[in-house]
Structure formats: C-alpha cells, structure tokens
Design a protein around this ligand. Structure first.
Ligand code: GDP
Length: 447
C-alpha cells in the first residue's frame, strides 16, 4: 500500500530538495503535484484541500523560503502535516483496558472486513503485550460458521473462547460472556458482533443493545482498507449509532491506493488504533502515525535532521560561514567547524542531502572520496594538527608539513591528502553556491 503515492512524493521532494533557493512559485508547483498525488491515492478531497492549505500556510513563510535548505524545510512541513492528518502524536496501541474487570471490547464491522480474524489477533496481542487474561465470544448467531471460525482461531492463538451454546440470542451470549468473564477471572472480554454485507438497522440495533448491556471500554470498528472511501463511509455510519472509540484498518498489506487510511482519521475524527498487515495471527500492528508518515514519504532522515538542526546548529557560526562563502572563502578552519557541526547532527550521511545544491552525483563523488562518518573524527584530528596559518592557507602544505601533520594526528600522509582534496571540493562547491547567490552553510539558518 502507498507505493505509488510514495513514489510520486519522492519525485516532488527530489525536485525541491536539490536547490539552494525556492520561490513561492516553486512551492506552489510542488503543492499542486502533492495535491494530485493524494487525490490519485484516493484521499478524500476535503482532507486533501485542508492538508494542502496547511502546508502552504507554513511553507511560504519568509523563514522557510529564505532558509538555507528550503526544500528540506518543506519536506519536514509535509511530514508533520501528514502525521497530523493521520492522528498526530497519539500513543500507538493506546487501548483503554483500565476499570473493573472484566473490561468489554466490542468489535463491529461489515462481513468480510476481517472482523473475526482481527478479534483473534487482538485477543492474542492483549494477552501477550498487555499481560491480560482474555476471553473472546462470537455473537454472530446467524452464521454458525463464523462462531466456529472464532473458536478455532482463538484456540490456535492460545486464547480462551466462550463455549458455543446453540439457540441463544446475541444479547444472551453477551450476558453469558460477561458473566463467565467475572466468574472465571478474565481481565478482558472481546465480543465479536454479527457482521452483515451492508449496514442495516437490525444489525445496528443489536450492536447498540449489546453495548448498553456490556458497557464496553472500547468499541472498535474493523474496516477493510481496500474498500477505499466506502470504508470511510462505513465508519461514519457506525459511529453515529455506536459511538466508536477507534478503528482497525485491515488489509493494509494489500496493494490498494491507501487513501482511505489517510483520510479516515480526518473524516471521522476517530483514532486508527491498529492495522492488519497479514492473514496471520500476529499480523496486527499498532497504528503509528509518525512511522507511517515516514514510510510514505521515505524521508525520515531529512525530517529528523531538520528537527535536530533547529536545536543544535550554532547560529552565529553558520551566519559567519555564510558570509565568508558569499565571498568565495572557505578555509580549513571553516571545514573543521563544519565537521564539528556534522558530528553534532548525527554524521555526514544524513547531512549530505541537506546541503543546498548537493545532488546525487555530488554525493557519489564525496562517498567515492572516502568521506564517511567514521572519518569525521579523524579529519578533525588532522586539521587540529595544523598551525593556524596552515589552516588559513592550505596551499603552503608541502610534503614535510604533511608528514608532521600526519604524525600529529596519528594517520598516514595519504589521509592528509584526502582531507585536502575533500576540502578543495567543498570549497569549490561553496564558491559556486556563493556565486549563484544561494545561501550556504548549515540548514535552517537564515541567509
Ligand atoms: P469477517 O467476515 O469480517 O469476520 O472476516 P474474516 O475475519 O473472516 O476475514 C476475511 C478474510 O480476510 C480472511 O481470509 C482473512 O484471513 C482475511 N484477512 C483479515 N485481515 C486481513 C489482513 O489484515 N490482511 C490480509 N491480507 N488478509 C486479512
């Protein structure tokens, strides 16, 4: 799921992150593409509009467009708004199981949505992760096969199920389940209500009566993510009658467009608590908005870097460097400052995408030059072994000086040469950026 969307967004981001400057027009063009991508992924139109407006509001502000790495800032804003759309920083697996046992959980949903499977999965999860004693019961009196199915799945999962008694109504079974729960010391009783192929009044009425009797702490709708906007509509209608506390979206492992999952929260206001990720009993994951957003955007690195940059970067130094770069100056002392900042910010690999004007090819060149995270410290040591004069004028470094420096830093002369080459490349790049009028140095800094 989300593959196509992910690919489209990656394309948009690639276009905006490789640049040192971004105009309002660029942002608008990117937003138009994002809008189309979301619509094609089947995200509900009002949710898309709201999303795009929010991103735009934040992204066209002076601080972003004038920032050193505006493209990255925009990626971060899109990410944050996506997390927001998906339900924000809500705690994953935030099930409410407190209260006097047995606590009831009511499972509702259309037939074929994966309700029975999810009931068994959830029972196992609560047993394993919440260390609770769980009993499951099927209330689907019209479909004996469904009752049988739950009993079998529960057995496989090692969870107790209420013995099937023929001829009882759903309400009677619910009462019996709660009583068994009380008498036999269960913490949680999960009730699998009857499913239909479509929403009808009888089904809703029955579920509502069961809710009255059992006072569930959680009323969870199971919806098939592959049914797209229908799933959203189903959730809305169930919520009107049952006061849902959350959703489980099944078949998130399928190859649907995924938009329903993205707009579900926005349209219904209900938290997505879990997602079904396979037919297997452990194919149930806590829904984690941040993780999903990261997966869709595929830019977790940039997002965390922008976050860290905002905290860690030494503003004064970055500004000083930007001024020097504008004049085409970048000496070894500046490089050392950069190396220190890099270390602070979690290393080079992530930061590369950050430097404005740094494209894939340049990254490849740097990697080929052997510039990786493990070298940061060594390179700093090499610079530290130089005199201030040498740092300011690397041209004076001839063989004997290089030997002395290598000794001082505990490295070999070729390492010193590598660093000098690296410095020349960086200086070149900075000079070009300075000429273009782009802003250099560290991300997140005003130019
Ligand atoms: P119910 O009628 O709503 O109780 O649906 P079932 O629990 O019987 O599920 C219907 C089918 O969907 C079964 O074949 C399940 O194995 C399958 N299923 C349920 N959840 C998932 C899921 O998250 N991913 C996949 N791939 N299949 C699922």
């Amino acid at each position: 799921m989300f593959d196509a969307l992910s690919e489209r967004l990656t394309g948009v981001f690639d276009r905006i992150t490789g640049r040192g400057a971004l105009s309002e027009k660029d942002v608008d063009a990117a937003l138009r593409e994002i809008r189309v991508a979301l619509l094609e992924a089947d995200v509900a139109l009002p949710a898309v509009k709201d999303f795009v407006n929010r991103v735009r509001e934040k992204a066209v502000g002076e601080e972003v467009i004038r920032a050193v790495a505006p493209g990255q800032q925009v990626v971060k804003i899109v990410h944050d708004e996506l997390v927001n759309l998906l339900g924000g920083e809500e705690e994953p697996d935030g099930l409410h199981l407190e209260g006097e046992p047995p606590v009831a959980i009511l499972m509702a949903g259309l037939q074929g949505s994966g309700k029975t499977t999810t009931t068994a999965k959830l029972a196992k999860r609560i047993t394993d992760r919440h260390r609770k004693k769980v009993l499951v019961a099927s209330l689907d009196t019209r479909r004996p096969a469904a009752m049988e199915q739950l009993a079998q799945m529960a057995e496989k999962a090692g969870v107790a199920s209420l013995p099937i008694v023929k001829g009882q109504t759903a309400v009677e079974i619910a009462r019996r389940a709660m009583q068994a729960g009380r008498l036999q010391g269960y913490d949680v009783v999960i009730l699998d209500t009857a499913g239909r192929t479509s929403i009808d009044e009888e089904m809703m009425g029955e579920a509502a009566r069961i809710a009255e009797i059992t006072r569930p702490r959680e009323t969870i709708l199971v919806a098939d993510a592959l049914t797209g906007q229908d799933a959203v509509e189903t959730a809305r209608r169930f919520d009107e009658r049952l006061k849902l506390t959350g959703l489980v979206l099944t078949r998130m492992d399928g190859d649907g467009r995924g938009g329903a999952a993205l707009s579900m929260r926005w349209v219904t206001g209900l938290p997505i608590k879990f997602i079904g990720t396979s037919e297997k009993i452990d194919g149930l994951d806590a829904f984690d908005a941040k993780r999903l957003a990261g997966r869709i955007l595929g830019r977790g690195d940039i997002v965390s870097l922008v976050e860290r940059a905002a905290q860690d970067v030494d503003q004064e130094k970055a500004e000083k460097l930007a001024r020097k770069m504008a004049k085409g100056k970048f000496d070894l002392e500046d490089m050392r400052d950069q190396l220190k900042q890099l270390q602070k910010m979690g290393g080079l690999s992530g930061i590369m995408g950050f430097l404005p004007g740094m494209n894939k090819q340049m990254k490849g060149q740097m990697a080929a030059a052997g510039f990786d995270d493990t070298m940061l410290k060594r390179q700093e040591a090499i610079i530290l072994s130089m005199t201030p004069e040498e740092r300011a004028k690397p041209d004076i470094l001839k063989a004997s000086r290089k030997r002395r420096i290598a000794m001082g830093a505990g490295v070999d002369v070729p390492d010193v040469n590598k660093l000098l080459k690296m410095h020349r490349q960086m200086a070149d790049m900075m000079k070009k950026m300075g000429k273009k009028g782009g802003r250099g140095g560290m991300p997140g800094m005003p130019g």
